[in-house]
Ligand binder design. Structure first.
Ligand code: ADP
Ligand code: MG
Length: 140
């Protein structure tokens, strides 16, 4: 296994409920390190660009609306096998299917308001980190 970096977001449904610290603690307790972090209120254009892969899906409008409804904390997480590990810590997309102890099981409200985003592969991790961070903002 190698040390990897992945991209994570604490979504507006969670920042609105003041869960930034609680969610970050779950990452840290599971061996991931926050090597970049900032709070942004993304524009419609930024949300549509970030989620462009989903633009034909029926929930795209709802997704963009949710992501622009309040602040998001964008982060880079580093650790052993960070991409897969983060997906495990997050839990299933639909909180109804998420395992006990996962962030989505503990905090998500619904499949749309599911509190966190995490990259799903090395290519998307690299792409998503670059979408939100300059190299100089990432300090390992
Ligand atoms: P994940 O975030 O687990 O990688 P996807 O990439 O499939 O899940 O979807 C991106 C995001 O779109 C989800 O996190 C969720 O916020 C939203 N989403 C996915 N499926 C639905 C759905 N059926 N209804 C509403 N929102 C959805
Ligand atoms: Mg996804």
């Amino acid at each position: 296994m190698a040390i990897e970096r992945t991209f994570s977001m604490i979504k507006p449904d969670a920042t609105k409920r003041n869960l930034t610290g609680a969610i970050t603690k779950v990452f840290e307790d599971n061996g991931l390190r926050v090597v970049a972090s900032k709070r942004v209120w993304m524009s419609k254009r930024e949300a549509e660009g970030f989620y462009a892969v989903h633009k034909e899906r029926p929930f795209f409008g709802e997704l963009v609306e949710g992501m622009t409804s309040g602040p998001t904390v964008v982060q880079v997480l580093e650790g052993e096998n960070a991409i897969l590990k983060n997906r495990e810590i997050m839990g299933a997309t639909n909180p109804a299917n998420a395992d006990e102890g996962t962030i989505r099981k503990m905090f998500a409200l619904s499949i749309g308001e599911n509190s966190v985003h995490g990259s799903d592969a090395p290519e998307t991790a690299a792409q998503e980190i670059k979408y939100w961070f300059a190299d100089t903002e990432i300090v390992g």
